[in-house]
Design a protein around this ligand. Structure first.
Ligand code: SIN
Length: 287
């Protein structure tokens, strides 16, 4: 199906996923017809980018609420005046960044977030790009035999090892202190099908990720890890990724069920500040 766009322009940045949307000024207002086309492009391209937006935190929230209910992230430091907005911040003297490993947001929730709306407030002169990969294409790259096996599996996801006490004991999280917190709230565990039927496109997609997936249900961690590692490798093939170079005022809207993403940490000595709003999703079903 070829989508028609009359109220926006849609320019793919890779053949597989990612498109820049033009003709949109959130500050001036987005009417329902235009929003419907933006959402259509979102389903078609899995992650969309809107450049040169000048918006206040209130406008960011108002725009996000037109996509669904806001899911307040419990671990990221929030914008002081706007608890619905999570800060993705790295100061010039900090070494670690948030989101440097390939992942999808909030898969540790039994009803995982639909997507995230990330807005660039301050960006480095160069560096700090974000990579996205297509989990549809990752699924498509698997053999029929492996698809069949995975189609019968569920996986366990958790926030405990990523944001709980163990994360601070096992790894050097010190530098993230103040930006991540609430270790006592890292109690979510969820089970999802390994292959999901995407709730909007109905396409099959691989749904496991390196940050939050723990193991396959009924398998040990030791048994699970080699296959999980293979699947992560499939999900990071260069041909199924795109790379977005941020400018101040750029916005990315990604679908957590159709993509993975990874924030590059290649800008030491420079400040980067992004505002992220995460939108509630639905329970995921298998194929
Ligand atoms: C995130 O993982 O949500 C942050 C992505 C980014 O900072 O580019």
């Amino acid at each position: 199906m070829v989508n028609q766009y009359n109220k926006i322009t849609v320019t793919p940045i890779s053949p597989v996923l990612g498109a820049e949307i033009g003709g949109v000024d959130i500050n001036a207002g987005v009417d329902d017809e235009q929003l419907a086309e933006i959402k259509q492009a979102f389903v078609e391209w899995s992650v969309i980018f809107i450049r040169d937006q000048e918006i206040t935190p209130d406008q960011h929230i108002e725009f996000a609420e037109r996509w669904g209910q806001i899911n307040v992230n419990r671990f990221f430091q929030a914008v002081e005046t706007h608890p619905q907005i999570a800060e993705v911040r790295k100061e010039a003297d900090q070494k670690k960044n948030i989101g440097s490993m390939w992942h999808t947001d909030h898969s540790y929730d039994q009803i995982p977030a639909m997507g995230s709306i990330l807005y660039a407030r301050e960006v480095p002169d160069v560096g700090g790009d974000t990579l996205f990969s297509s989990m549809y294409a990752a699924y498509d790259s698997l053999s029929d035999g492996l698809r069949q096996i995975l189609g019968g599996l569920h996986a366990e996801h958790s926030s405990r090892h990523a944001f709980g006490e163990v994360a601070y004991v096992d790894t050097d999280m010190d530098d993230l202190g103040g930006r991540l917190g609430n270790i006592d709230k890292a109690t979510q565990d969820a089970i999802h099908p390994v292959i999901i039927r995407h709730p909007l496109s109905a396409r099959p997609a691989l749904y496991v990720n390196g940050d939050f997936t723990v193991k396959f249900v009924g398998w040990t961690k030791q048994e699970s890890q080699p296959l999980l590692d293979y699947l992560y490798q499939q999900a990071r093939q260069n041909e199924i990724t795109c790379r977005f170079r941020w400018r101040k005022g750029s916005m990315a809207i990604w679908d957590n069920r159709a993509t993975h993403h990874c924030a590059l940490n290649d800008y030491h000595g420079q400040f980067r500040l992004m505002h992220r709003i995460t939108i509630e999703g639905v329970a995921l079903e298998g194929i």
